[in-house]
Design a protein around this ligand. Structure first.
Ligand SMILES: CC1CCN(C(=N)N)CC1
Ligand SMILES: CC1CCN(C(=N)N)CC1
Length: 326
């Protein structure tokens, strides 16, 4: 049975985390994304003008799936599209001998401009993979039957290299016990329900945060508008239309955000919520907590995930998420 671990290297401000992946004879840095289900990469089929500074998948080692194609757009209107190959993919020593690899023939500027990332490796449920005419499986779903345990884990860090594991839980990566919650995979996401919350040292948890997805591909923590408002009322922040979200002082006094999941309280340090100066050198920071307006559910992105050890687990049959303090 297979198992392995791979580094998750943060971009500036932990905007995304990138991991080394070997596809055929090409080595690329991919953004592991539990909010999507396509493995796609810059390739020899990507126009040179769109792939400056990127490592590219050389599809000559693959077997083309004739007539297959893919096209994906993300929440921020970025996206890509192209052809499909079956090729060998290795992540942290775990090998998929015939993984659907989506070679990009067109890519939006936000991906072309981000030269740290050579594509995405989707880790949501394969039910939202975009390949047509026959939907393909994610890397995790492809290797799952060969893994020691049918799970992967995520240990992201603030400003430091973290890791993903496949097939095993690294018990050295967390403290205390793991709290498991059921996952509703009906929309293709790792969706769970979060409970009450509190700000700073208040222990009176209030409200219920509600339906949320665990999403490594989103930088920030998107919460109900009322929860975001309550947080920034305590943090001395304000909604800044020009910045398109809440901002707060970068002065190191941002309160922690506490949220109950499965009856256990997890703490997001205030230092994660003073996310990044709005412009270099500014004393005003863009907030790591934002309102989920227009999304329809909460997104527990990297600002939350770097505060915990997270286990994406289908070893019990029904999918579940495990969270532990770190
Ligand atoms: C619901 C949205 C969350 C952000 N996305 C993502 N990580 N791929 C897109 C889907
Ligand atoms: C899933 C996310 C990956 C990073 N994105 C981007 N570079 N525009 C947005 C979508």
């Amino acid at each position: 049975a297979q198992s392995g671990t791979v580094a998750a290297d943060p971009q500036q401000y932990d905007q995304a985390y990138l991991s080394p992946v070997t596809i055929g004879n090409s080595q690329l840095m991919l953004d592991f994304d539990t909010g999507s289900a396509d493995l796609w990469a810059f390739s020899n089929e990507t126009p040179a003008s769109e792939s400056v500074g990127h490592a590219k998948y050389d599809s000559s080692t693959g077997t083309e799936l004739q007539g297959y194609s893919w096209s994906i757009t993300y929440g921020d209107q970025s996206g890509a599209a192209g052809n499909v190959y079956a090729d060998k993919v290795v992540v942290g020593g775990v090998t998929a001998t015939k993984q659907a690899v989506e070679a990009a023939t067109s890519i939006s500027t936000s991906f072309s401009d981000n030269t740290d990332s050579d594509g995405l490796l989707g880790l949501a449920f394969s039910s939202i993979n975009t390949v047509t005419p026959k939907q393909q499986t994610t890397f995790f779903d492809t290797v799952k039957p060969t893994l020691a345990k049918a799970l992967f884990t995520c240990d992201l860090k603030q400003g430091n290299a973290g890791s993903y594991t496949f097939g095993y839980i690294d018990t050295s990566k967390y403290t205390g016990s793991v709290t498991y919650v059921p996952v509703d995979d009906s929309q293709g996401f790792w969706s769970f329900t979060a409970g009450g919350y509190s700000v700073g040292s208040d222990n009176a948890t209030s409200g219920s945060v509600g339906v949320s997805i665990a999403d490594t591909g989103t930088s920030l923590l998107y919460l109900p508008a009322a929860v975001a408002k309550a947080y920034y009322a305590k943090a001395g922040g304000k909604f800044d239309n020009q910045q398109g979200g809440y901002t707060l002082p970068c002065n190191g006094n941002a309160p922690d955000f506490n949220v109950a999941i499965g009856g256990k309280t997890f703490v997001v340090p205030g230092s994660y919520i003073a996310y990044a100066p709005i412009t270099s050198g500014s004393q005003t920071c863009f907030g790591g907590i934002q309102a989920n307006t227009g999304i329809g559910f909460n997104i527990f992105g990297d600002v939350f995930l770097k505060a915990v050890y997270a286990i994406f687990d289908v070893s019990q049959g029904a999918p579940r998420l495990g969270f532990a303090a770190q």
